[in-house]
Write a protein that binds this ligand. Structure first.
Ligand SMILES: [Zn+2]
Length: 170
């Protein structure tokens, strides 16, 4: 009994700060004949090269030898993400935008502070993969808007990667 550690000395006290991003945010995609309207939380689009593997998006890795998509010879594609407050549900979600969206919408091209602006996304056709288009308008709805959050962290989690995966590479 002498070497038994008392419970009070076994508690895992911590000086670490709690993880502010405990929630999981979903990625929403727009269906044909639908117009998704959201308020943008992020300041700009986070872009990433991706591969479409097993009916899902996976990020392309800088080192092609370590990149599953490159090793499988799958074409890489740019995708952009924004943190938004989705109008219908009021939930924080991640909105995916395509190169076409950015090309046709000057506000998404990096020089505009998007926070508080309204974004509407829709498809220019009836197919599930018809080209997506975005319209951004100023709404000035910053008051009461949720704080900015680290989109890269949330994307890494959705992709099943350690949150610090990218920060190690930077
Ligand atoms: Zn790759």
């Amino acid at each position: 009994m002498a070497d038994k550690i008392p419970p009070s000395q076994s508690i895992d006290w911590t000086d670490d700060q709690p993880d502010p991003d405990r929630k999981w945010y979903k990625i929403i995609s727009v269906k044909p004949r639908e117009r998704l309207s959201s308020i943008i939380i992020s300041r700009k689009v986070v872009g990433v090269y991706t591969h479409w593997i097993d009916a899902g998006t996976q990020p392309h890795m800088k080192n092609e030898k370590l990149c599953q998509g490159c090793r499988m010879n799958i074409r890489k594609a740019w995708k952009g993400y924004l943190g938004v407050l989705w109008g219908l549900s009021g939930n924080i979600t991640l909105l995916e935008v395509t190169p076409e969206c950015v090309r046709l919408c000057p506000a998404l091209q990096g020089k505009t502070d998007l926070r508080g602006m309204n974004i509407v996304v829709f498809r220019r056709g009836v197919q599930r993969n018809s080209p997506m288009q975005a319209e951004v308008t100023r709404m000035n709805q910053i008051k009461g808007l949720p704080p900015e959050f680290d989109l890269r962290f949330h994307l890494c989690r959705l992709w099943g990667l350690a949150p610090d995966h990218f920060s190690e590479e930077q």
